[in-house]
Write a protein that binds this ligand. Structure first.
Ligand SMILES: Nc1ncnc2c1ncn2[C@@H]1O[C@H](COP(=O)(O)OP(=O)(O)OP(=O)(O)O)[C@@H](O)[C@H]1O
Length: 253
């Protein structure tokens, strides 16, 4: 029997008016994998991940977390996942510590465990000096880190992270990578979107390339790369235009 995937998307679709953002995507993220979702700007990554975690209702298709339909049984599915959404909408008039406490209690966690885990997460993510600062005043990188802390707090089985390393300084990025690697080594699964191919190559064992709302390649990273760098393969698959020598000539002084 094949093990149930951490995340399965089947025929998932979403349009905004005339714009088809996600065009019947099928995707399996096997349990225990470290999965990268890459694609050019506007490819449909955020829209797909938002539907996958129950934040955006699909027009068609299914999203399942460990076999639980996200839209039929959202409470059960959401208990299994930790989410770092794009845009990082979160209550802003709370300090980082208050935010973690509030979300932990909302999830029904034991208050003592919430306090202990919040202490640990704030320290590991180097936010302990900012635990009395309102999230409103956090920098973009600090928001990513507190968002990651909220995603980890209840020890989920699957992390779904939209560009978790974007705007994060290199020291914090190294810390986050270690946390995610430890999470996977401990039996967790991660799916994250990124534009940074070397990071995806460094961390992931599997990757999917999305463009125009469709998956154009997916599988073990070595298979998708086919002996080349992921960046080269990505550019080939996505076939974007690059400015030729004649264009933007006015930029030269
Ligand atoms: N709320 C919305 N209303 C209208 N169009 C939208 C909305 N959200 C996304 N889109 C459109 O859907 C398409 C996919 O967007 P999406 O944000 O999913 O792409 P992405 O792959 O995450 O891009 P990026 O790498 O730039 O973050 C784009 O053309 C975008 O303009």
């Amino acid at each position: 029997m094949t093990p149930v995937p951490a995340l399965r998307l089947t025929g998932l679709a979403k349009s905004f008016g005339d714009k088809v953002a996600v065009d019947r995507i099928d995707l399996d993220v096997p349990a225990g994998s470290f999965f990268g979702l890459v694609g050019p700007n506007g490819a449909g990554k955020t829209t797909s991940l938002s539907m996958a975690v129950g934040l955006l209702r699909p027009d068609a298709g299914r999203a399942e977390i460990f076999g639980t339909d996200v839209w039929a049984d959202p409470a059960r599915a959401k208990a299994l996942i930790g989410v770092l959404p794009d845009g990082l909408a979160m209550p802003e008039r709370l300090t980082g510590r208050e935010l973690l406490t509030y979300l932990g209690l909302l999830r029904g966690m034991d208050p003592a465990a919430v306090t202990a885990r919040a202490d640990e997460l704030l320290a590991v993510l180097e936010l302990d000096g900012a635990d009395r600062t309102l999230v409103l005043e956090y920098s973009t990188g600090m928001r990513k880190k507190i968002g990651l802390a909220t995603a980890l707090l209840h020890a989920p089985r699957l992390l779904v992270l939209d560009e978790p390393l974007e705007a994060v300084d290199p020291v914090s990025a190294a810390t986050i990578k270690v946390i995610l690697q430890r999470f996977v080594a401990g039996g967790g699964s991660v799916v994250f979107s990124s534009h940074v191919m070397p990071v995806v190559e460094q961390l992931c064992d599997r990757v999917a390339v999305v463009t125009g709302g469709r998956v154009v390649a997916a599988g073990p990273i070595d298979e998708v790369r086919g002996g080349r760098s992921l960046e080269d393969r990505f550019v080939e698959l996505v076939a974007g235009r690059t400015a030729d020598a004649g264009e933007l000539a006015w930029l030269a002084s």
